[in-house]
Ligand binder design. Structure first.
Ligand code: GDD
Ligand code: MN
Length: 377
């Protein structure tokens, strides 16, 4: 009887595979998800849809809430990611979890206007487009209650974005769009997944210039909870832009890691100098050791919140993380000195190039080893 599934009467929504998947990334939106489902259901009457929440294991129990809804309604699905953070990568994973030919991405805090969804679907099909973007900057659209600082930040980011993708897109920073699944599938391996600018990434990486249209909407005020996009988002945006500019040759994390390493030299000196003035040069060994430890520690924490923001270690993980970081970098320092010394003493290169080669080998070692042992889980 194994193949008699089709004999069984099925509920209506089982019969039609979804034409449209609405991907909703969530972090700490437990109070919002019921309303999101209710509104999507109301507005997509007559369309075969599914709703995919991608939740990064929010401590407020968002995932449990979504699971409870999904038990009642099979059109609602959940991807619960553990130990990961990041808006872009959440959207990508949600999109890749669906077989629907059309994919929409929409925020889970009701700030995007879900009533635009049917129009977006209609327009993408009627005009045979690749993507339809919900836009705050075309006539009829608006910004809601953003403060001046955030508005000017957004305008600045928008300029850079437009320059980057060479497309006359008024709102490349929008997180609200509806796209053909084939477009995403065609470029998904090139998407950086860093930060929160998934739309920009798709435009930059699509196989062909995208046929698009922008539809106006007004960015609603947030009813409860708070924006998760703090100042560090600007840093992530910079990381993504850097990644686009240098391409896949050098990983952008390595650039960030090296920049922080360079900063570590200043931290080192800032500890060493006062210690020597206080304790005298007789205390060089102890001072140098202390300065090294402090610099390593500050580098560890900076890398943890900047370079590895999306897989940040917290709580007790910090202990193992710090230990492995210090261990790896100590070996890196030995390799650095060893190689520089070998090159210099052997007469292979002058002091400057010898030192540079040592630093480079040490940096690559530190980066590679900590990427595997400190931040990879
Ligand atoms: N899974 C996951 N992981 N979701 C996240 C994360 C994360 O790390 N960070 C934020 N989200 C979810 C939020 O729960 C919300 O549903 C949505 O992503 C947007 O996050 P907000 O924190 O509400 O962003 P915002 O209102 O400040 O920013 C909006 O404006 C941008 C335009 O400048 C968002 O709409 C962006 O999508 C948009 O690009
Ligand atoms: Mn929001």
């Amino acid at each position: 009887m194994a193949n008699s599934i089709s004999d069984q009467p099925m509920p209506q929504h089982h019969c039609r595979p979804p034409e449209l998947a609405v991907i909703v990334p969530t972090y700490q939106e437990a109070d919002m998800v019921d309303e999101v489902v209710r509104r999507v259901d109301a507005v997509l009457q007559g369309i075969a849809w599914e709703l995919v929440f991608v939740d990064d294991d929010s401590p407020d129990g968002t995932s449990d809430r979504i699971r409870a809804i999904a038990r009642q309604d099979p059109r609602v699905r959940l991807v619960q990611r553990i130990g990961r953070r990041g808006l872009s990568s959440a959207c990508i994973e949600g999109m890749m979890s669906s077989a629907a030919p059309f994919l929409a991405v929409m925020d889970g805090d009701l700030q995007h206007d879900e009533t635009l969804l049917p129009k977006m679907l209609e327009v993408i099909k009627a005009e045979n487009l690749d993507i339809v973007v919900g836009s705050r900057y075309v006539s009829g659209g608006g910004m809601g209650d953003w403060n001046a600082r955030r508005q000017s930040m957004s305008r600045f980011a928008t300029r850079i974005g437009q320059y980057l993708i060479h497309a006359d897109l008024q709102d490349p920073m929008s997180g609200f769009f509806l796209v053909r699944a084939s477009v995403v599938q065609g470029c998904v391996r090139r998407l950086s997944g860093v930060g929160f600018k998934i739309l920009l990434d798709i435009f930059a990486e699509a196989e062909q210039p995208l046929r698009f249209r922008e539809l106006p909407f007004t960015f609603r005020a947030r009813e409860s909870g708070s924006s998760k996009l703090d100042n560090a988002v600007l840093w992530e945006y910079l990381l993504m832009l850097t990644q686009k500019l240098i391409g896949p040759v050098i990983p952008v994390r390595f650039i960030a890691f090296s920049a922080i390493g360079g900063l570590g030299v200043f931290v080192h000196m800032a500890v060493l100098w006062p210690m020597l003035t206080l304790l005298g040069t007789g205390a060089f060994l102890i001072s140098q050791t202390a300065a090294t430890l402090v610099a390593m520690t500050s580098n560890f924490f900076l890398n943890n919140i900047l370079t590895y923001r999306d897989m940040r270690l917290r709580g007790r993980q910090l202990i193992w993380g710090w230990l492995s970081f210090v261990a790896a970098c100590s070996v890196g320092a030995l390799a650095n000195v060893g190689i520089a010394n070998y090159l210099f003493q052997g007469g292979h290169s002058g002091w400057f190039l010898s030192a540079l080669a040592g630093i480079l080998v040490g940096a690559v070692w530190n980066y590679a080893v900590t990427a595997v042992y400190t931040w990879k889980r």
